[in-house]
Write a protein that binds this ligand. Structure first.
Ligand code: AMP
Length: 114
């Protein structure tokens, strides 16, 4: 999608610090990290949010979680724990309208989130 910042990252128009890539997904370090480890895992197919997921995307979603698992191991946050977040819509705090999973770790997280 032309005006989507994450589509531009996928296309290499905007640079990113990649953590993982395959034909379906890209993962890169958040530019404004809120934790020592803060990676965004995104589908290469543009969709705005979890609200656009259909049964056809079940395997893709499962794959996103498996990549999160792999990255948690590689980035050494698996044992201490981490948080996976999909901010959705205004009240959810979503600022980029391209589906993304936040993988955050390396410090203890508070609850409830702000
Ligand atoms: P959200 O607020 O859930 O929509 O998350 C969007 C995330 O994208 C925020 O944590 C931003 O810091 C991050 N972000 C925005 N632009 C970039 C960029 N060019 N490279 C890496 N992360 C970005």
């Amino acid at each position: 999608m032309d005006d989507c910042i994450f589509c531009k990252i996928i296309d290499g128009i905007i640079p990113s610090k990649k953590a993982y890539e395959d034909d379906q997904l890209l993962a890169f370090h958040d530019i404004a990290a809120q934790a020592p480890v803060h990676v965004l895992i995104i589908p290469k197919k543009h969709m705005e949010s979890v609200l656009e997921l259909s049964p056809e995307d079940d395997a893709l979603l499962g794959h996103m979680f498996r990549v999160a698992q792999q990255l948690a191991q590689e980035l050494n946050i698996k044992d201490d724990g981490f948080r996976l977040v999909f901010n959705t819509g205004n009240d959810g705090g979503q600022t980029v309208m391209h589906l993304h999973m936040h993988l955050m770790g390396g410090r203890a997280m508070g609850w409830p989130p702000g």
